[in-house]
Structure formats: C-alpha cells, structure tokens
Design a protein around this ligand. Sequence first.
Ligand SMILES: *Cc1c(COP(=O)(O)O)cnc(C)c1O
Length: 455
Amino acid sequence: MGRQPTTRQLIEWDRRYLWHPFTQMQEWEQEDPVIIDRGKGSYLIDTEGKRYLDGTSSIWVNLHGHRHPALNRALKKQLDKIAHSTFLGLSNPPAIELARKLIRIAPKGLTRVFYSDNGSTAVEIALKMAVQYWQQRHPKAGPKNTFLHLKLAYHGDTIGAVSVGNIAIFHSRFKPLLFPTMEAEPPHCYHCPLQLTYPSCRMACIEPIEQILKHRHRDLAGFIIEPLMQAAAGMIPQPAGYLKRIRELCTKYNVLLIADEVATGFGRTGKMFACEHENITPDLMAVSKGLTGGYMPLAVTLTTDEIYQGFLGTYDEFRTFFHGHSFTGNPLGCSLALANLQVFRQEKTLSRLSSKIKMLSRWLKPLAKISHVGDIRQSGFMAGIELVQEKITKEPYPLGVKAGHRVAAIARSKGLILRPIGNVLVLIPPLSTTAEELKKMVEIIQESIETLRID
Ligand SMILES: *Cc1c(COP(=O)(O)O)cnc(C)c1O
C-alpha cells in the first residue's frame, strides 16, 4: 500500500483534475473543500477527523445512517458471490427477490419492475414506456407523444428528464435539445401564481390543468408529477387532496399518471411512498434515491399489468421495450435494496419516524419568527426554509447574494452539512437521525440564519 495522501495534496489534486456537479468551479477552486473520508450513523467525518451532521442525507439518499451493519453485511455477502452479471438474457437472485418485495410494498396495482441505475433513467424509462404503450395498445387514442408537467418540476438531468423539467437556470439553455411539452402552474401556496389563499382557493390551480387535459388529451401520453412535494424546486408541497384530484383527472381524460417518487420514496414523507398519503396508484412510478438506503446507484420503474400487456407479442411484431443499461439489475445494488427493506421492518423505521417528524415540525416552528425567514415547508423528513430579504413583501434575496449558500457555509463551520436550493435552506436528515441529533441540526440552522449578515 502506498502512503496516504495528505488533505493538502487531495485538495490540490481535486482542484487540478475534477469537475464537480452543479458547481461553479471558479469559486470551488478558491475554497478549501471538505473531503469526506468516512461516516458513521448521521455523521460524516472528513480527512482531518472533523465530524459533521449529514443534513442532506448525502443528497437525499441515505436512510438508516452511514456504515449500517446490516447494509454493510449484505454488500459483503453478495460480493463474495458475484459483483455483476448482465440482465440482458440472464437473471439473478437478488434482482428477482427485490422485484417481488417491491411489488408487495408498492401502491396496489403496480405489478412489474424494470431496473435501471439512477433517478433520471428511471424517469426516462417511464416516459418511453408511456409513449410506446399508447402506440401499441390504443393507437386511435391520438398521437399521445408528449407530456404535461408542472412548472418548477425537476425529474433529473438527462435530456428526456430535462424536457419534462422546468427549472430555468438549470434547463433553459438546453431548450433546443428538448422535446416539446405542456406545463401548468404548480400549487405553490407561498407564492401563489393566482394570488389566492389555501384553502379558500379550493385549489383553483387545478382548473387550468383540467382544461389542458380536456383539450389536449389526444396529444398527452402522460402527466408526470413529483407527488406531495416538488423537492428540487425548493420544497414546494401540494395541499391535501391535490394529488388525488390529479389522479381522477388523468383517469377521466385517459392520460397516464407518472409519479416521480425518486425523492419522496422510501419513507421520506413519513410513509413508504408519498402516493400512499392520497391513497392513489400511478400508472408508472420511478424510484431511486433511497432504494439502496443510500449505498449504491440503483433505480426502478414500476408499472401496471395493463401497460405491461401492451408490450407483449411475437418477436417480429417488435413490441419489445428496447431499452437497457450495462448495469441493469446489478446484484450488489439489489442486495442492498433488499437489506434496506429488511432494516425498515426490523427497526420499525416508519413507526419510529412519525414522532420525530412531529418533533421536527415543533422545532422548526420558532424559526418562522426570524426576520429573514419567509416560509417553512415540511413533508415528513424533508423541509425547506425560504429566506427572504423582506418578510412582508416576500421580496427575495437576489441570487447573486447567495443567502442560502452563506447560511450553509456558517452551518458547516458549526458541524452541519447543508445544500441549499437558491434561497431555500433544505434539511433532509437520514431517517435514523436521533431526536437529539435532529434538535442539534435545527439549532445550528437557527444560529446560522441569525448569524447571517448581508449589507
Ligand atoms: C434526484 C431526482 C431525480 C434524478 O435522480 P438522479 O439519480 O440524480 O438522476 C429525479 N427526480 C426527482 C424528483 C429527484 O429528486
């Protein structure tokens, strides 16, 4: 074994050789990055031995903490059998068992599992399945080759996923590469596009959606939505009853409902899947982030028997779903996902989470009094705190001020890792975070916002 490089050396090599995601590298090169060497439970530990609470669940993926014994064991056990074999023309035990277990816990009516390796691909697969389904099963229903989505939607970074996304600073420059879609206003109550107030608005923002579905259903293969919470948009929750109404409208107008549960799945909102809060079943559902407990890249697109049947035929009818990846059905990832589900059962993760969700609400509440906090939004163990320059007018900080980023930098110095979205501070702790750790996270956030000075 060679000598371990020093932190200084690693920083220098990072600056020289790397390009980080969603990162202005000119700024990155000026800063000293934190280099994470190990983790334990809710903590990340850097190469200097400094400990940080993982307030992002390592970008929304970690559920049961870092270095969980059962997950570590599952990975090592599978590694002693085989790391990978292809899913094209072959199968493997962990992938088979996982599919069976997923179907048991998924919203009723989802009966088939298609594997891939990240949230964006799971979404792309859902889009392609929807389009091909209509062509093969109901060709007279219309061309049905485009999608409806909400404004501020985020479904991933690949071109198809960006096409159904709508976050201007990420997406607008790629417009020429994207396929055309239809978009509708989201139920963004704090900045209501209709300037109404919930619940007296009676969700008036659904009416334009019904108009689109009514008039354009022949063009629409599906309506893709992040159920309950538009997370990457800056934590925009949907009011109770919203998703159920969307499900009813999609059924009425013969448009497939695609639920992107990549962020919300696996307990994040307090139930295994966000769709359960509204007791609905989508026609297609994409999951990824929490699927392996935050250990490895793996994703799944789930669908119904009705859609699956639309792809059956003899080989030369070419109704096959021609899509796959090198690492489809990866046995290491599938073993971890199986262990993840077992930890949910053994540790009663969901029932233990419900009291912590209430604590989080209670502890976040007083932050609303801070002069630069405009709004606090929460669904389960995902929360957004929107910073504003002017509380009354909701005047935002100009993005160049980087208010969120500056608060996160203060929080980091106090031992909490956060990744803000513009002016929205985001707290997404591992589901296993203890009450004490959770309290500490909220305290650091409060102190950090109060410390922020913008001239
Ligand atoms: C993160 C995310 C994606 C993309 O997943 P990747 O694994 O980063 O490709 C898609 N949809 C939602 C809702 C997400 O939060």
